[in-house]
Design a protein around this ligand. Structure first.
Ligand code: HEM
Length: 479
């Protein structure tokens, strides 16, 4: 028994539908009613919800060795990934992390930057083709669907770039489609648990998707080996580690599928909610436009002098450091809408968290969503204020901001994601602004990541030319 207050089993049964429909509201309500440590009486496993900075730190950083990822959340994901960085533990995890890490250093990130801008440019072209100008005729687009497509392209092409079959079929697209199919099954299964031995259509779909992933990865590996050069990207590093006996052969599939899963919906969620926040905070968006005007102005580009649209060039990797406000907007969006809204661990040994004795086997839930909205850590917590990350607003305390997790299991894709989000935003918004779509109010849904339940509609509006150089740095006039 956990020595913490919480609902009775019958309360939980009564609330089951509400928990499924809106787990964030349920967790928030639980904290309001029972405090920062809530025990949930699940029949098989004791569950403790921890809503303090110190408690999160104890589990994720200070005593992380006593905690594993053998949780329901990661068990479901491993049905798709097999063994992979996100779900594995112990020495298998440590070795795989060591092998994969260099792929996320600078040389890998410049490729991410290139693919991010290319994906944003294709998206702009699709929007323009749909309506004959920036934003299309009606100007209303579903930015959630667009962000998902763009981030899938980035992760697919970064990981499988150049690995296109002789028949011209893109294996990146194939594996991504199979991953999405498998994830769909796993998510719906988590919501309606059916005994594992029942041969349901969804189980058959999962098997089929897993087969496709196996085949594609096998082909990609064979093609890479046939070139005689393994290369320095993630695939090359994984294959070299298999050859040296550091990783088992199945790790290649596990890690590639893990990156597709961990690396697309998370960034799409970040982009979608960032655009939503910008649409509702014109002053923050104007400052972002002013920054883009100052950094991306291209005097050589046609249309610079007084044309209808700003003649700004696409951003590059080298521009990243010069876009601190755009970055602060992303950071603040990740505070208010952390895509990974819960992080879970299982106690492998007895521990004490914030004075609560936690026996081995207990499942602990930490929610970046709730921690990052604590008023004692983030003054006026519901207010969107990118100035918190530029030194202009209240400082963000260490430990109270963990959209990418914390400790040794910190997201390996953090810099990948931030590079991608900042450059996609800069590329998309350099000649257009986002405004709310009349009559549309997005509904938050907490699934694997935070998503808008029925998409997120925004109105795209062309911007006018950038102000003359002398006026740059001041906020741009409203579009
Ligand atoms: C805004 C985007 C992203 C967010 C919010 C995010 C969030 C997170 C969080 C919270 C964790 C830690 C989970 C835990 O401790 O249980 C994590 C781990 C991980 N993420 Fe991300 N992530 C993002 C983007 C990416 C990208 C782009 C990739 C890869 C291309 C990626 C790959 C991974 C992997 C492999 C892990 C497991 C790392 C390990 O345990 O060694 N993530 N992510």
């Amino acid at each position: 028994m956990l020595d913490a207050p919480g609902p009775l089993p019958r309360d939980m049964l009564r609330d089951l539908l509400g928990i499924r429909r809106d787990p964030l509201a349920y967790l928030r309500g639980a904290v309001q009613r029972w405090g920062d440590h809530v025990a949930f009486p699940l029949p098989t496993t004791p569950v403790l919800f921890v809503n303090t900075v110190a408690g999160a730190r104890r589990v994720l950083v200070e005593n992380a060795g006593a905690w594993s990822k053998r949780t329901v959340q990661y068990g479901a994901l491993s049905l798709v990934t097999g063994s992979g960085l996100l779900t594995s533990d112990g020495s298998a995890w440590r070795e795989a992390r060591r092998v994969a890490q260099p792929a996320f250093h600078r040389s890998g990130l410049t490729a991410v930057a290139e693919q991010s801008v290319a994906a944003a440019e294709r998206l702009r072209a699709r929007w323009d083709a749909a309506g004959g100008g920036p934003g299309g005729a009606g100007g209303v687009v579903d930015v959630d669907a667009a962000a998902l497509q763009a981030t899938l392209e980035v992760v697919g092409r970064t990981l499988f770039g150049g690995d296109v079959t002789a028949e011209g079929v893109d294996d990146g697209e194939r594996v991504v489609a199979a991953v999405l199919e498998a994830l769909g099954v796993v998510v719906s299964r988590a919501r309606t648990p059916v005994p594992g031995w029942l041969p349901t259509p969804s189980r058959r779909r999962l098997r089929r998707a897993n087969r496709v992933m196996d085949e594609v990865v096998e082909r990609v590996v064979a093609r890479r080996r046939a070139t005689g050069e393994l290369g320095e990207d993630l695939l090359g590093l994984l294959l070299a580690a298999v050859d040296e006996g550091r990783l088992p052969p199945e790790a290649v599939r596990g890690e590639l599928v893990t990156m597709v899963i961990a690396g697309h919906e998370t960034v799409a969620s970040c982009l979608t909610w960032t655009l939503h926040l910008l649409a509702r905070h014109p002053e923050a968006q104007e400052r972002l436009h002013a920054e883009l005007d100052a950094v991306l102005a291209d005097p050589a580009a046609p249309g610079a002098a007084g044309a209808a649209t700003a003649a700004l060039r696409p951003p590059t990797w080298e521009d990243l450091r010069a876009l601190p406000w755009t970055r602060a907007v992303v950071d603040e969006s990740l505070r208010l809408y952390p895509p990974a809204w819960v992080v879970t661990r299982r106690a492998d040994a007895d521990d004490v968290v914030d004075g609560v004795a936690v026996p081995a086997g207990t499942l602990v839930i930490v929610s970046p969503w709730l921690l990052q909205r604590r008023a004692d850590a983030h003054p006026d917590p519901e207010r969107f204020d990118p100035g918190r990350f530029t030194g202009e607003g209240p400082a963000v305390p260490r430990g109270a901001y963990l959209p990418f997790g914390a400790g040794a299991r910190l997201c390996i894709g953090r810099d990948f994601a931030l590079t991608e989000a900042v450059l996609v935003l800069a590329a998309l918004l350099r000649d257009r602004a986002v405004h709310p779509a009349p009559g549309h109010e997005p509904e938050l849904e907490a699934l694997v990541t935070l998503r808008p339940r029925h998409g997120l509609l925004l109105r795209l509006v062309p911007r006018t030319a950038p102000p003359p150089p002398a006026e740059r740095g001041r906020p741009a006039p409203p579009p």
